[in-house]
Write a protein that binds this ligand. Sequence first.
Ligand code: HEM
Length: 136
Amino acid sequence: MGSENLAYALVQMVHNYGAAAVLGGAFFALWPVARLEYGRAFGWLILTAWATQIVSGGLFGLTSLYYYGETPDLSSVATAALAIKAAAAVLGVWLAGFYLLRGPQWREADVKRTFQALAALGAAALTAAAILRWFS
Ligand code: HEM
């Protein structure tokens, strides 16, 4: 029981900080003033945070497999919420990576739109996380 709770708590801790960085990184690149001159630093933070969410989200599943021999039986609403989070994470990795590769040639308005899109993906994932938590 102790080691199981500790394992879940450690995974949850990483997952929570990742969630904070996913949304906070995109948000503070734009607000209260745009800091697009630091766009690459924000881009790396956001890319790392999305990747962290995929890895730590997978670790939730592996922890359940290890302790129970199966992953939790999710309702259809919870499954949809999980799918939204996973899709947002894949898109987030792709968009942040694409920006880091090609961003230097983009107009400022396009860079701003990219961070707005990354913030929207983060908000969608966090909203889905609340639904996953309470409709499981
Ligand atoms: C492949 C991607 C992901 C997977 C597999 C995944 C999986 C999970 C799982 C299994 C839980 C525990 C649910 C529960 O306690 O009932 C969880 C919780 C959570 N996830 Fe994710 N997640 C993913 C991506 C994300 C993303 C991208 C975010 C936010 C940006 C996020 C934010 C959260 C938060 C805030 C919680 C805690 C919810 C709560 O207990 O109130 N997750 N996730």
